[in-house]
Design a protein around this ligand. Structure first.
Ligand code: GLN
Length: 191
């Protein structure tokens, strides 16, 4: 049986993630309610605007169900705004986060939309070599705890991290044709 993967569909680049996941052959489910999480193997928190997504999470009562989903060991991938929402703490116009990843997320650390850029990872875990990273108003991940594994760095900063079943990237893996980050969500990542 193929995997069923949810994408939090409050705001952000939901469709781009869906496209990559379909390329990898999984069934994609839009998540807007707690009951949408039933039967999912994994979940994506997409990039977008973390303040807007956080308001949606509050309105829809999704904080606790998402925390329980991750606590049950299901894999979760947060990209950009999604990484902000996973952090234990958020700086620079904080939003309520899920606290599933032992890092501090500094929002908009690279400047505004016009400062978007693409850069190759300069240091990676085996299997992530040559990763190209698209940054759009990206956060920076500071003060990673002991349990946080850095899978890729750009300019020395962690841009892809993993803590047990929780994965985060500060860049947008759904905007390149490289499917390795999403494969990692499906359980096929760096050992
Ligand atoms: N700067 C945005 C935020 O913190 C994230 C941008 C993005 O997801 N591309 O909400």
């Amino acid at each position: 049986m193929g995997q069923r993967v949810g994408i939090l569909a409050i705001q952000g680049d939901v469709e781009a993630h869906a496209r990559v996941l379909r390329v990898l052959g999984v069934e994609v489910v839009a998540v807007r309610h707690a009951f949408d999480l039933d039967g999912l193997d994994a979940l994506v928190l997409p990039g977008g605007e973390s303040t807007t997504i956080a308001k949606g999470l509050e309105r829809l009562g999704l904080y606790e169900p998402l925390e329980a989903f991750a606590a049950s060991g299901k894999r979760v991938l947060g990209t950009c705004a999604g990484a902000v929402l996973l952090a234990r703490e958020v700086e620079n116009h904080p939003v309520r986060s899920l606290g599933l990843l032992d890092v501090v997320a500094l929002r908009n650390a690279y400047g505004s939309q016009v400062d978007s850029f693409e850069a190759p990872a300069d240091e990676t875990a085996p299997g992530f070599e040559g990763l190209s990273c698209v940054f759009i108003r990206a956060p920076r991940l500071l003060d990673p705890g002991e349990g946080v594994e850095v899978l890729a760095r750009v300019d020395g900063w962690p841009v892809a991290v993993r803590q047990r079943n929780v994965i985060a990237t500060t860049f947008h893996p759904e905007l390149t044709s490289d499917t390795r980050v999403h494969a990692c969500l499906l359980g096929d990542g760096p050992a």
